[in-house]
Ligand binder design. Structure first.
Ligand SMILES: [Zn+2]
Ligand SMILES: [Zn+2]
Length: 246
């Protein structure tokens, strides 16, 4: 009963309070949107881009081209795409969603992801998030990647399996680590849920995370899924770090 009342209270509050910008909290016209200033600052990503990792190209080299990193060292996923560049302007958007219980952004983020990842969604058979370690889940109360995966799956009419991957161990913070160190850091950190091995076998899996940094975490998840028999793994994230000289 209490819960129902709380739910009712929320609905009433939503009707009374004006919707707020997902990044800065300014009043906006539509719920789940950005104010014009924030909209202007967010660098949305798209073609031309590396066919494999989605790194944006300044000049269009033609369809199907790969960036230097992917040519030198093929990533374990098929394609990775992101909605926007993760930088000082878009950071607030992700952090508010991650730490501040601002879940009302999820449907809008899912719409943006569906647009940025239209090619990926077209062939996807199963959507799954990068899992959080249970300790972190306790501290944050929800896994932002799972929230995005569920919202996206609902919009796209695709099955979502939030527990397809399990985090076997806590990985130390990766902020200061380089590419190779990050890769070592996440080795063995993930496993396909033994109860769901059949669900992944032979499927084109779309893996969801909030931000792609070096790709070590999603790369390890993709590797584990492929080893468990997934036919292909694509990666779709909200933000993506873009290194200027990659
Ligand atoms: Zn704003
Ligand atoms: Zn690339």
């Amino acid at each position: 009963m209490r819960r129902r009342l709380a739910g009712l209270g929320r609905v009433m509050l939503d009707a009374v309070l004006p919707p707020l910008c997902l990044a800065c909290g300014a009043v906006v016209a539509e719920p789940g949107s950005l104010c014009p200033e924030c909209w202007e600052k967010v660098a949305f990503l798209g073609a031309p881009q590396c066919q494999s990792c989605g790194h944006p190209f300044d000049v269009d080299p033609g369809e199907g081209m790969l960036c230097g990193h992917c040519l030198a060292d093929a990533p374990p996923w098929r394609r990775a795409r992101a909605v926007f560049r993760y930088d000082d302007s878009s950071k607030a958007l992700v952090l508010r969603f991650k730490h501040a219980d601002r879940l009302e952004g999820a449907p809008a983020f899912a719409r943006w992801m569906a647009r940025a990842g239209a090619d990926l969604l077209a062939g996807a058979e199963l959507v799954a998030p990068v899992p959080l370690h249970p300790f972190r889940l306790l501290a944050r109360r929800y896994n932002q990647a799972a929230v995005l995966a569920v919202a996206l799956g609902r919009q796209a009419g695709l099955p979502v399996e939030p527990r397809l991957l399990l985090r076997r161990r806590h990985t130390p913070a990766q902020g200061h680590l380089g590419r190779e160190e990050r890769r070592r850091n996440v080795r063995g950190a993930f496993a396909v849920n033994p109860k769901l091995r059949d669900a992944a076998a032979g499927k084109a899996v779309l893996l969801i995370d909030d931000v792609l940094t070096t790709g070590a975490t999603v790369g390890e998840c993709a590797r584990v899924l492929r080893a468990a028999g997934a036919a292909a793994v694509d990666v779709l994230t909200l933000g993506r770090v873009v290194h200027p000289h990659a």
